[in-house]
Design a protein around this ligand. Structure first.
Ligand code: SR1
Ligand code: MG
Length: 416
C-alpha cells in the first residue's frame, strides 16, 4: 500500500490494500485467500485479524478520532508512530515481552504485527476467573526493565534527551491522561458517568481538598518528571495471555514520565480485578490468587530494578565513580533505597487515582461494568473508591504490603 492519503481500512478493502505487502504475503499467502475480521474493542482504534494459509497477522490502524466518543473528539493519527517506536524500544529493553512489529505505514497510521493466538486480553480472562501463573512477576519485570533501561540510569544522556524530545510530541495522548486520570474524576466533567448509588461518595471525593491536592501533585510528576519512557496505559486490557505466556500491547500513550507510573497503573487494575470479584465468580481462593499476583508485580519490579541498578548502571545518574569506585557501596545502596521509596510512593498514588477514574470518569473497566446487578456493582465500586482515596492521600506512608492488606480488608466491608 503506497497511498499517502489516509483512509480507514474495512474488512473488504484490507486484502486489496495490503495484498502487496511481502511481510503479509510471505506469511499468509496470496491475498485472494485472506479472511479479515475487525476485533477492536478498545477505546481508540481499528484492529483487524487477518488469516490465510494457516497463519495470521494483526493490523492495527488509528482512527482520526476517539472511537469511544466519536468524531466530535478528534485525535491525531501520529499516535500510531509513537506506538511503533515504543514497541521497538520495549522489544529491545525486554526482549520477547511485546508482539513483533512486521510493518509500519505512517501515512495510513497502521502497524502490522504478530498475531498472538490463542491469547486473549488479560482483563477478560481474570473476569472469567482464570489463573495465569507468573503473570504478575512477568509484568513487574517488564515495568522494571523498561523503566530502568529507558532512563538516565542506563542510557547515554544524548540518546535519552533526543528520545524525550521525540516523545514530547505525543501531546494529545498525554492530555487524555492528564485530564481523564488526574483531573476529571474530581469535578463534574462533562463526560464523567457513574453508578447512581455512588453519588454521595462522588460528592465526597470532589469535596476532598487533600485528595485533589494529591491528584495534582501526581499530575505534576506525570507532566514534569521525565524519568523514563513509560508505556503510558498499562492496564489489564493492555496485556494478552495464554496460560502462563503473556505479552504487553498497545503503547500508543508512550511518553516520558515518572518511574512509578506504569507499575502503579498496573497494580491498580489488578486490584480492580480483585475488588470486582464479588460480582463475578466470587471465589475466595481466586480473590487471594489475584492479591498474590498483585504483590508479585511489586516484588518482581523491586528485585529486577535492584538487579539492574547493580549490574547495568552506566548512565549519568548515580555514577559508579561516586560510589562503588570509591569503595562506598553503602551510599550506593542508600541511594537505591531512597529511589525505590520514591517510586513506591509514585506508584501507590497513581494506583489510587486510577481506581477513581475507572469508576467515576469517562473510561470505565469491564471488571465493574460487566456486573449486571447494580447494587452489587455499586458495593464493589464503593470499596475501590475508598481504597483509592487512602492510597492517593497517604501514598508516602503506605508500603505495598499495606496496599494488599487494605484491599483485602475493604473487600469485606460496606463502603456505600
Ligand atoms: C479517550 S481514551 C480513554 C482511555 O482509553 C485508553 O485505553 C486510556 O486508558 C484512556 O485513558
Ligand atoms: Mg489501549
Amino acid at each position: 500500500m503506497s497511498a499517502d492519503t489516509y483512509q480507514p481500512l474495512t474488512i473488504d478493502s484490507l486484502p486489496q490494500r495490503l495484498g502487496a505487502l511481502p511481510v503479509l504475503t510471505d506469511r499468509l499467502g496470496d491475498a485472494a485467500g485472506w479472511r479479515a475480521r475487525e476485533v477492536g474493542d478498545g477505546n481508540l482504534n481499528l484492529v483487524f485479524i487477518v488469516e490465510g494459509a494457516g497463519n495470521g497477522a494483526v493490523v492495527k490502524q488509528a482512527l482520526p478520532y476517539v472511537r469511544l466518543v466519536g468524531e466530535s473528539w478528534p485525535l491525531p493519527l501520529r499516535r500510531s508512530f509513537f506506538e511503533a517506536i515504543a514497541l521497538d524500544r520495549q522489544a529491545r529493553r525486554d526482549p520477547g515481552a511485546v508482539p513483533e512489529v512486521w510493518h509500519f505505514d505512517e501515512p495510513q497510521a497502521l502497524i502490522v504485527m504478530e498475531f498472538l493466538t490463542p491469547h486473549i486480553i488479560l482483563r477478560r480472562s481474570l473476569i472469567d476467573g482464570r489463573r495465569h501463573e507468573g503473570v504478575g512477576a512477568f509484568l513487574g519485570r517488564f515495568c522494571a526493565r523498561t523503566a530502568f533501561r529507558g532512563s538516565d540510569l542506563a542510557l547515554p544522556a544524548a540518546d535519552r534527551k533526543a528520545d524525550v524530545a521525540l516523545f514530547a510530541g505525543n501531546v494529545e495522548l498525554c492530555d487524555i491522561t492528564e485530564n481523564l486520570v488526574f483531573t476529571d474524576p474530581y469535578f463534574d466533567a462533562k463526560l464523567n458517568h457513574f453508578t447512581s448509588a455512588l453519588a454521595p461518595l462522588v460528592a465526597r471525593l470532589r469535596a476532598d481538598g487533600a485528595l485533589k491536592i494529591a491528584a495534582q501533585e501526581l499530575k505534576a510528576d506525570f507532566t514534569s518528571c521525565a524519568e523514563t519512557l513509560m508505556h503510558g496505559d498499562l492496564h489489564t486490557g493492555s496485556v494478552m495471555v495464554h496460560g502462563s505466556d503473556a505479552k504487553v500491547i498497545d503503547p500508543e500513550f508512550a511518553a516520558y514520565g515518572p518511574f512509578g507510573f506504569d507499575v502503579g497503573m498496573l497494580i491498580s487494575n489488578f486490584l480492580m480485578a480483585h475488588l470486582s470479584q464479588p460480582g463475578h465468580c466470587n471465589d475466595a481462593d481466586f480473590g487471594e490468587w489475584l492479591l498474590d499476583e498483585t504483590a508479585a508485580i511489586w516484588t518482581a519490579f523491586r528485585a529486577e530494578f535492584t538487579r539492574l541498578w547493580r549490574t547495568e548502571r552506566r548512565g549519568m545518574l548515580y555514577p559508579d565513580a561516586l560510589f562503588d569506585a570509591q569503595g562506598d557501596e553503602l551510599a550506593a545502596e542508600a541511594a537505591r533505597l531512597r529511589l525505590m521509596d520514591r517510586i513506591r510512593s509514585q506508584a501507590v498514588g497513581v494506583c489510587g487515582v486510577e481506581l477513581h477514574r475507572r469508576i467515576v470518569g469517562l473510561a470505565h473497566n469491564a471488571d465493574f461494568e460487566t456486573i449486571a446487578d447494580e447494587g452489587t456493582r455499586a458495593a464493589c465500586e464503593a470499596r475501590a473508591l475508598e481504597l483509592g482515596r487512602i492510597l492517593a492521600v497517604q501514598r508516602g506512608h503506605v508500603n505495598m504490603d499495606d496496599v494488599i492488606e487494605l484491599a483485602r480488608t475493604l473487600n469485606g466491608r460496606d463502603c456505600l
